[in-house]
Each structure stands twice: as structure tokens, then as C-alpha cells.
Write a protein that binds this ligand. Structure first.
Ligand SMILES: Nc1ncnc2c1ncn2[C@@H]1O[C@H](COP(=O)(O)OP(=O)(O)OP(=O)(O)O)[C@@H](O)[C@H]1O
Length: 205
């Protein structure tokens, strides 16, 4: 992959069986985010092609996008909606209550409790700490239905307690059948999640 005139990522071939997780590791600037962006289809390769879930990665059809949950960079939170409202919206939009044979309110309550976000459930995005904000993003990415979950550095801004929570969220996502691609610098995430591991080396310039 070339950014401008600089090659930042050489040829990569990796197979991730359905329902397992790939951990992408490597030093700063080794190309982890670039690889995730290629798989997500938000970046096009200069040469070659990327297929995600059997379709061209840049596919924009809704059916393809519905199968992919991506958390890379910022999360587009609604500034006028509380944490609880975000979960309500997610549950209603993805019909999580109906799928679980319960109500959306019950799903929302469960999500808030399980992720220890209940204490900030009535706060708006700008009223959250950076760690709380990161957890909101992670929960939103992990709980919406998807076949493939792409997450860039889930450990960002989280303390040890919430890092452990984040590992559990991702493990649960994998247990529920999702395939995971996780870029991380954190050995805890590597140990807990690496069914397959890819360590990128920075390209010489
Ligand atoms: N839009 C861009 N234009 C030019 N160079 C870029 C661009 N985006 C990334 N790069 C370069 O590509 C290389 C890989 O960046 P990338 O963000 O993929 O690395 P990373 O492994 O995710 O790094 P980190 O661990 O610091 O997040 C870096 O050297 C970076 O400077």
C-alpha cells in the first residue's frame, strides 16, 4: 500500500477462519491502521485488490456494510443523545430486543450494567471522560450485529479495569460467532485474542 509516494505496507496474505480473531501487531507506523482501512474498504490499494467477506472491500451496498462493524478512529456519537439513548437507538435499529426475545429497554439496561456504563447512562457524549467515551464506542461496535468486527487499538484511553472489560467484550463477540480483526499494542489483548497473529514491520524509507 502506498501513501503518496511512500510504500507503507507490502504484500500481506492472511486467512482468518470465521469465528476466530486476527490480532495485528507491530510498532508505531508499521501499517496496522492502513491494513484495517484496506479491509474496511475506506482506503483503496494502489495495486492489487482486497476482498472482505467475499466481496470487494470498497463495496458500498448496504447488505455488505451490514455485515461489517468498524471501530477505527473516532466514533460518531450524537451530541444531543445520552449514553442510554445511544443504546436505545442501537437496540431499536438493529432489533436487538426482538432477536433476544425481550424488550429494547431490557437490552439497554443489560448493556449499561454489563459494561459498567450505568452510572453515566444519562450523560451526553461531551460529558463523558475519554475512557467512558471509548467504552461507548466499543460497546456500540461489539453489540451491533455483524459478521466481521474491525477494531483499531481498543485499549486506547482505558484503565486496567476497563481494558479487562474490553477484552471480555471482544471475546464475547468472537464467542457469538463474529470474526475479529484487532490492531493492538497491548499484550493482554494479544494473548487473549490472537487465534492468528500478524506482526507488521515498518517499511524502510
Ligand atoms: N494519509 C497518509 N498519507 C501519507 N502517509 C500516511 C498516511 N496515513 C498513514 N501514513 C503513513 O503510513 C505509515 C503507517 O501508518 P499506520 O497509521 O497504518 O501505522 P500504525 O501501525 O497503525 O501506527 P500506530 O501504531 O502509530 O497507530 C506511517 O508511516 C504513516 O506516517
Amino acid at each position: 500500500m502506498v501513501h503518496g509516494t511512500v510504500q507503507v505496507l507490502g504484500p500481506v496474505t492472511v486467512t482468518v477462519p470465521t469465528g476466530t480473531s486476527l490480532v495485528v501487531a507491530g510498532t508505531n507506523g508499521s501499517g496496522k491502521s492502513t491494513l484495517l482501512a484496506l479491509v474496511a474498504g475506506t482506503l483503496l490499494p494502489r495495486t492489487g485488490s482486497v476482498e472482505t467477506l467475499g466481496r470487494p472491500a470498497h463495496e458500498t451496498r448496504v447488505t455488505a456494510r451490514e455485515r461489517l462493524s468498524v471501530l477505527t478512529g473516532g466514533f460518531g456519537a450524537y451530541r444531543e443523545l445520552t449514553v442510554r439513548d445511544h443504546f436505545r437507538l442501537m437496540s431499536a435499529g438493529w432489533r436487538l430486543g426482538a432477536q433476544a426475545g425481550t424488550s429494547d429497554d431490557a437490552v439497554v439496561g443489560d448493556l449499561l450494567d454489563r459494561t459498567e456504563l450505568a452510572s453515566v447512562g444519562d450523560q451526553l457524549p461531551h460529558e463523558l471522560s475519554s475512557g467512558e467515551s471509548q467504552m461507548l464506542s466499543l460497546v456500540s461496535a461489539c453489540f451491533r450485529p455483524s459478521d466481521l468486527l474491525l477494531v483499531d487499538e481498543p485499549e486506547q484511553r482505558l484503565d486496567a479495569r476497563w481494558r479487562a472489560q474490553a477484552v471480555e467484550l471482544l471475546r464475547d463477540a468472537r464467542t457469538s460467532g463474529r470474526t475479529l480483526v484487532v490492531a493492538t499494542h497491548d499484550p493482554t489483548f494479544r494473548e487473549a485474542l490472537a487465534d492468528v497473529e500478524l506482526v507488521l514491520e515498518p517499511r524502510a524509507r
